[in-house]
Design a protein around this ligand. Structure first.
Ligand code: HEC
Length: 282
């Protein structure tokens, strides 16, 4: 633990200076987008743009080799099969997930989250899956793993290669949700006083314990992921809550509006980059 803290302290030292573009208060998602993209392109000029979606593998050659070998028998295969089965199985009322989504739910993951202008809130894919279950009189899934991870893995798989296409409608509420997500991303929290950006903007490619930090650009494209450390799959909800716990902070409830806004912000930053999920991590 002492070693771990020492490493964290090193990161913290690098992280005090917030990039100037993150400090801007004016609401301009387009400007944020350009600045965010340029930051990663210049910091990692050797990484091809579409490779950022491979998370830690885009940052480390040894790790990438192990991953490429593993992809012959990907550990998420089981979840994919299960996800397809759940996705296609009729609910008690005879309907299926396909009936809840545009294009029957195939090849649409890149459009989530979206801003629902009737409810004035961000709807993530995980929320949409549970809304579908509830609208059909079924019990919602737990957000962190198992069936939720399986169904979102299958939906991501049918969307592989499709670029993120997140829209921010010209609606002050939508902009507010985006700004709130952005704020959450750069806000320091927890006993260690880290923001998401301290690790995933300032320090991608650095090592924490045995792990190589993934870059914030394209950080959601591979979700959901299999992690050996988890002994199974985890959703975006699982990753957000565990990253909050890592800084000894108190995580929010999965799919709390703030997490949804955070997902909205990060996904918008990844516009144009291909969906690569489901992913596998050591
Ligand atoms: C103390 C450093 C630290 C902080 C702060 C942190 N994370 Fe992480 N995060 C990690 C580590 C370690 C991993 C696992 C290795 C990796 O993939 O980056 C990870 C992984 C992730 C992943 C999965 C990336 C992938 O490709 O596997 C996402 C998404 C993520 N973090 C989001 C966040 C968000 C959002 C926040 C803020 C709420 C946050 N993290 C805060 C350390 C951190």
């Amino acid at each position: 633990m002492v070693r771990y803290l020492a490493l964290l302290a090193t990161i913290l030292a690098f992280a005090v200076a917030r990039p100037s573009w993150a400090a801007s208060t004016a609401s301009s998602p387009e400007k944020d987008f350009t600045a965010f993209r340029n930051y990663f392109k210049s910091k990692f000029s050797k990484v091809p743009l579409n490779d950022f979606v491979n998370g830690p593998y885009s940052m480390n050659e040894d790790m990438r080799k192990q991953w490429v070998e593993k992809e012959d028998f990907p550990p998420y295969d089981f979840a994919l099969d299960r996800g397809k089965e759940l996705f296609e199985a009729p609910f008690k009322n005879g309907k299926t997930f396909g009936d809840c989504f545009p294009n029957k739910g195939i090849g649409i993951r890149q459009n989530y989250p979206y801003f629902d202008e009737k409810k004035n809130e961000v709807v993530t894919l995980e929320v949409a899956v549970n809304q579908c279950l509830q609208a059909n009189g079924e019990k919602p899934y737990s957000y962190l793993k198992d069936d939720m991870a399986a169904v979102t893995a299958y939906m991501a798989f049918t969307s592989r290669g499709k670029p993120f296409d997140i829209k921010i409608p010209k609606n002050p509420k939508a902009l507010e949700a985006y700004e709130n997500g952005k704020k959450y991303f750069y806000q320091r929290r927890g006993q260690l006083n880290f923001s998401c950006a301290s690790c995933h903007v300032q320090s991608p490619g650095e090592r924490i314990r045995a792990e190589i930090l993934a870059p914030a650009l394209g950080i959601l494209n591979a979700m959901p992921i299999y992690r050996s450390e988890w002994g199974g799959m985890g959703t975006i909800s699982r990753r957000f809550t565990s990253c909050n716990s890592q800084v000894r902070g108190v995580p929010l409830e999965p799919q709390d509006p703030e997490y949804r806004n955070l997902e909205y912000y990060l996904s918008y930053m990844a516009n144009g980059l291909p969906i690569s999920g489901p992913g596998a991590r050591p």
